[in-house]
Ligand binder design. Sequence first.
Ligand SMILES: C[S@@+](CC[C@H](N)C(=O)[O-])C[C@H]1O[C@@H](n2cnc3c(N)ncnc32)[C@H](O)[C@@H]1O
Ligand SMILES: Nc1nc2[nH]cc(C(=O)O)c2c(=O)[nH]1
Ligand code: SF4
Ligand SMILES: [Mg+2]
Length: 235
Amino acid sequence: MTLRIVEIFGPTIQGEGVLIGEPTVFIRAGGCDYRCSWCDSLHAVDSAFRHSWLPMEPEAVWQQARDLSGGQPLTISISGGNPAIQDFAPVIALGRAEGYRFACETQGSIAKPWFADLDTLVLSPKPPSSGETVDWAAFADCVQAGQGVRQTVMKIVIFDDADYAWAKDAHARHPDLPLYLQPGNPEVDPDLPVDPQALADRLLWLTEKTMADAWFAPRILPQLHVLIWGNKRGV
Ligand SMILES: C[S@@+](CC[C@H](N)C(=O)[O-])C[C@H]1O[C@@H](n2cnc3c(N)ncnc32)[C@H](O)[C@@H]1O
Ligand SMILES: Nc1nc2[nH]cc(C(=O)O)c2c(=O)[nH]1
Ligand code: SF4
Ligand SMILES: [Mg+2]
């Protein structure tokens, strides 16, 4: 089954959430069922970029990811777009046979049986500022599909007070999922520089708000790759 692939890149470090700082190779899948207002990966979402997505067989995808890792088994991160639109089971099977680990980033709108083959499932339900509405039944199906995975976590992007309040509700729905919060990056144009002080200010705001609220469930993290490389693609 041919896959639609935007880019395969690395090695780099995982910039977000539970695996932050871990060396990894990314496979970015093309196409998404959402259109988040602040999406930082529009080149994997907007059909205007479709012409740049490559149809690839699982063997070719695996070969490229493996070559980038220098044949050293590490964690392969599958992201997108929403990778759950497609079937990554064959790629995961090829990598696992060689001792690689797999993580997947998805919003939790579509459940796939291959979630069970992952080591880390990152579910990132979208808060009000995204303009999307979460189907919590579909999200629960994703959690269910990931039963048996070493770790399933929830990661929520926070832009404002409404997102923060929403995150508390999301956590209450799935209190057993370790929770990660990251401040939203409002400047996602790959051709424009990010303002590191503005990002730090957002992290400060989110951290102080959460501590003042004595909400100790989440871990709060920046997007490390954005601090290092800005909005550059392929890192
Ligand atoms: C580009 S998405 C791809 C995977 C999947 N579609 C999802 O949203 O989980 C990867 C991660 O980046 C986060 N993200 C996207 N745009 C962002 C922004 N402007 N600021 C902070 N995080 C962002 C998403 O919430 C998600 O956790
Ligand atoms: N270094 C790095 N870390 C990331 N964590 C999540 C990413 C994504 O776009 O899914 C991402 C990415 O694109 N690069
Ligand atoms: S779900 Fe993820 S890839 Fe899709 S539009 Fe939202 S942030 Fe972008
Ligand atoms: Mg990203």
